[in-house]
Design a binder for this molecule. Structure first.
Ligand code: NAD
Length: 438
């Protein structure tokens, strides 16, 4: 029997048999990418390719804990797309992570690497556990066992993980060391490049730790003056004071921007004269949160969101700004330093209020860009100094910011759509050249 032709009304999601729950982070992420693809009048076949990850790897493995008991863990590695090069993206250790969450982050990585025009595709990984709830030895055994469970699903020419929330340079070093033994036949020169974000002494790059925050600041330098905001006169609020938030704040303090308030998982702090980001970083290192910082007073989350600022920078978790928070937010520009911090309903409210959103795939692309530099240095057995890393990062971030500005001018759309369109435009050109195998 002949198959019924698909009517125009059949959505990409229906054709792929995907669940269409509008509160699902993967559906939200892909929907906004597909909306941009429509603005670009992109071919349906390409939309079908990009609506699903190429591979979804899920592993379960046992680990012996310090008390002799055995626990089972669940890990994910989702490889969204590799038309531009090897899969690339962070690995997150977090107690509240799901396959759809990792899928959403992997799709954003494809958009991010395409926007910056790196020779990488998009991927993301995750391990469902709280890294603070176990000992350092347990963390090491777990990381090594996860790496061996992933096996040939990662590799320096195939899929290259990096740190994300809950993971750090030490964890990357354990992954690389394990991979050198189990995946690279003991060859450190070949195996080291399997991950980026490693410690400097073991093939890491100068500037990688601050790279994401540095990238945020380069983007702001390029874009905010067009919106009538100068960094030296800007005041701002910040959600999250981890790697991305603290480096963004420390680097913005060099521009004399005023940090009025910070919210993290421990509470909210405020100082009308500005918080000292460098001192706050030392406080957070010692106390594992912003609350109790001596140069501040505590305020409520409601007061935080309602505070009048030029710029609000979410640099913590995904989906923190829904319609309720968006109704309260009182800024001119919202800068997505975190991945997907604004839900689509939240974004609608921000748009109605005339708040411009600078999208994550542009703002936080500095991390993957310096990861690319690290991978390049590992392959060439070179070490670049910080000046070179910063100069090259600045050039790449300015290039990406300008592609977004040009696309926005051409399409007369919001910045997120412009950023997705700039990324999709690059992907569709490469698909047109390479074609679909066989
Ligand atoms: P991190 O673990 O170093 O810091 C996370 C921060 O979020 C902490 O300050 C924590 O207190 C805060 N937080 C957690 N729960 C919170 C809550 N309920 N309310 C308020 N604050 C809360 O993580 P990170 O590496 O800084 O990553 C932050 C975001 O940036 C994530 O979305 C991540 O995917 C994204 N990102 C990180 C990098 C990178 O290089 N680290 C690169 C690109 C994107």
């Amino acid at each position: 029997m002949a198959k019924k032709a698909l009517s125009k009304e059949v959505s990409i999601f229906e054709e792929l048999g995907m669940d269409q729950d509008a509160s699902n982070i993967y559906i939200q992420t892909v929907s906004s990418i597909l909306d941009a693809a429509d603005v670009l009048k992109m071919d349906r076949s390409l939309k079908l390719i990009l609506a699903q990850p190429k591979n979804e790897v899920m592993v379960h493995f046992p680990v012996t804990m310090d008390d002799g008991s055995t626990k089972s863990f669940k890990g994910y590695r989702v490889q969204h797309n590799n038309i531009l090069g090897p899969y690339k993206g962070g690995i997150r250790f977090h107690h509240d992570i799901s396959l759809d969450h990792v899928k959403a982050l992997s799709a954003l990585m494809t958009m991010k690497t395409a926007l910056v025009q790196l020779p990488f595709g998009g991927a993301k990984g995750g391990l469902r556990m709280d890294p603070h709830s176990i000992s350092q030895n347990e963390l090491m055994r777990l990381t090594r066992r996860f790496t061996s469970a992933l096996g040939s699903n990662i590799g320096p020419d195939y899929d290259i993980p990096a740190p994300d929330m809950g993971t750090n340079a030490q964890i990357m070093a354990w992954i690389a060391d394990t991979y050198i033994h189990v995946g690279a036949g003991g060859n450190p020169l070949e195996g080291k490049g399997v991950v980026t974000g490693k410690p400097l002494e073991f093939g890491g790059s100068h500037g990688r730790e601050k790279a994401t925050g540095q990238g945020v600041v380069f983007v702001l330098e390029e874009i905010l003056p067009d919106m009538g905001i100068e960094l030296a006169e800007m005041d701002y609020s910040l959600i999250g004071f981890g790697n991305v938030g603290s480096w963004t704040a420390r680097l913005l303090s060099e521009h004399k921007s005023k940090l009025l308030s910070v919210m993290d998982h421990t509470g909210v702090i405020y100082n009308s004269n500005g918080l000292d980001a460098n001192k706050l970083a030392k406080h957070v290192e010692k106390h594992r949160g912003v609350v109790g910082f001596s140069g501040s007073v505590p305020i409520s989350a409601k007061e935080f969101y309602q505070m009048e600022v030029d710029v609000c920078i979410p640099a913590a978790l995904e989906q923190m700004i829904g319609p309720e928070e968006a109704e309260m937010i009182n800024c001119k520009v919202l800068v997505e330093a975190a991945n997907a911090p604004v839900t689509p309903p939240g974004e609608k409210v921000l748009a109605k209020k005339g708040i411009e959103v600078l999208p994550a795939i542009l703002c936080n692309a500095g991390g993957v860009t310096v990861s690319y530099f690290e991978w390049k240095q590992n392959r060439q057995a070179e070490t670049w100094d910080l000046e070179l890393v910063d100069a090259r990062l600045k050039k790449m971030m300015m290039g990406a910011a300008n592609r977004v500005k040009e696309m926005q001018k051409k399409l007369k759309c919001d910045m997120r759509t412009a950023a997705y369109c700039a990324a999709l435009d690059h992907l569709q050109k490469v698909y047109a050249i390479r074609g679909v195998f066989p």
